[in-house]
Design a protein around this ligand. Sequence first.
Ligand code: UT7
Length: 320
Amino acid sequence: MVHSVISGHGAYLPSKVVTNKDLEASVETSDEWIVERTGIKQRHIAASNEFSSDLAFHAAKDALSNAKLSADDIDLIVVATTTPDNTFPSTATRVQHLLGMTKGAAFDVQAVCAGFIYALATADKFIRCGDAKHVLVIGAETLSRIVDWKDRGTCILFGDGAGALVLSASQDTSRGILSTHLHSDGSTREILFVNGGAGTEAGFSGKIHMQGKDVFKHAVAKLSDTTLESLNKNKLSVADVDWVVPHQANIRIMEAMAKRLDLPMEKVVTTVAHHANTSAASIPLALHTAASAGKLKKGQLVSLQAIGGGLAWGSCLARW
Ligand code: UT7
């Protein structure tokens, strides 16, 4: 049975770092408040000439090098992004061009902060059905462009960045993706949305609006429920999990989820302090950080879960 193994990982962060202290100059906030309520200490912000495709390209090159593959080996590129370079063409086709690829297919998926799980699920299905051998799965965001920098309730939360995985077809059952689980509920739109975008009545690109407390409650419940869903599907339990790599929105969400699952925080990979919330890029960035630090060992059970606007959420269980 052919399934997907993770054969490479990569990441890219823009060089400009904005600390909490820096934000104190533009909104009424404090480093203490931000650290206590979110765990965030800093975020990376893209330069004015850097777009999601540029961030994605660098992360993709890093992942290809890690996988010891070249762009010619890739059959498909799936980019998860809420901040595409343009309304069309897709950011994925721009990445395809930057990589010098003239074959294969490339498209974007949009599920906001859950985007990487949606992209991973899509890529996994292409591999399982035999339509692709090597797939680049990328999460790339320049959320700084849709943040209202005058709204202290949201501007302190987000950052820019990109992460990428290479998924490869394999028959090695000791590794790879075991299952993916996707959900959405359009009735919850009002608690997290952008009030504009191309082709909308608003006539401008819009900014992020969020009811933080409501999103927080949904996040803790839905992230833990979908984690259990993935474990039940594979007849495994929380005790079997070696690493949990959640969407990096808020350290308190991750702590509450771990408590609900009766999971020690030592098993939770957290990068939110340094990257903030990079939406679709946060999971591959965290995976790359943990893998590069030598934490993730071959065959270990890794649980990924994310939630974002929609609401859309989901999980993935994999052996590294
Ligand atoms: O990727 C998925 C998308 N987003 C999320 O997952 C975010 C989920 N929500 C959260 O992480 C939290 O709700 C926040 C971090 C956004 C807010 O934390 P909170 O503990 O829910 O605070 P709050 O919104 O209830 O605000 C508490 C107080 C308020 O003042 P009053 O009404 O008590 O006087 C806010 O006005 O903190 C005030 N406040 C701030 N103070 C300093 C809100 N933002 C700030 C700020 N600095 N940046």
